[in-house]
Design a protein around this ligand. Structure first.
Ligand SMILES: [Zn+2]
Length: 131
């Protein structure tokens, strides 16, 4: 059904990080479209891995991106000054890496990466790649 290449991005709902995440995924993975799944502080939510409706709903949306749109790469992002996850970069990077590992376990044949969006809100960097 889909035309063009898709990637999946699980990121914060914070409006400041949207462009950076979207542009990074398009440029880095040469995709036409980025399916964006937002929650406040999703790296924390996924890292905690609770069996709750929010986690379930995040994965349901990733399923659509992967199985209906054919996305081959899934990113989970943390960012500076996150109201939904107000801890420092060090702590967020651990959560992001753990979230990426858990995503990889569900989508073992997909590339899964963890991102950090810094205080300029203009660029994203890969801080973890799940193997
Ligand atoms: Zn945030």
């Amino acid at each position: 059904m889909s035309h063009g290449k898709f990637a999946s991005l699980i990121t914060c709902m914070d409006g400041r990080v949207q462009n950076a995440g979207n542009e990074f995924m398009k440029k880095t993975f040469n995709v036409d479209y980025v399916d964006v799944i937002t929650e406040p502080g999703p790296n924390k939510i996924l890292s905690e891995n609770n069996l709750n409706a929010i986690v379930d709903n995040i994965y349901k949306r990733v399923d659509v991106s992967v199985f209906s749109h054919g996305s081959d790469v899934i990113a989970v992002a943390g960012h500076y000054d996150c109201a939904g996850n107000p801890v420092n970069k060090e702590t967020q990077d651990i959560q992001t890496a753990n979230a990426a590992k858990l995503i990889k376990a569900k989508f073992p044949d997909k590339k899964v990466i963890g991102l950090w969006i810094d205080k300029d809100f203009k660029t994203a960097e890969i801080i973890y790649t799940a193997e």
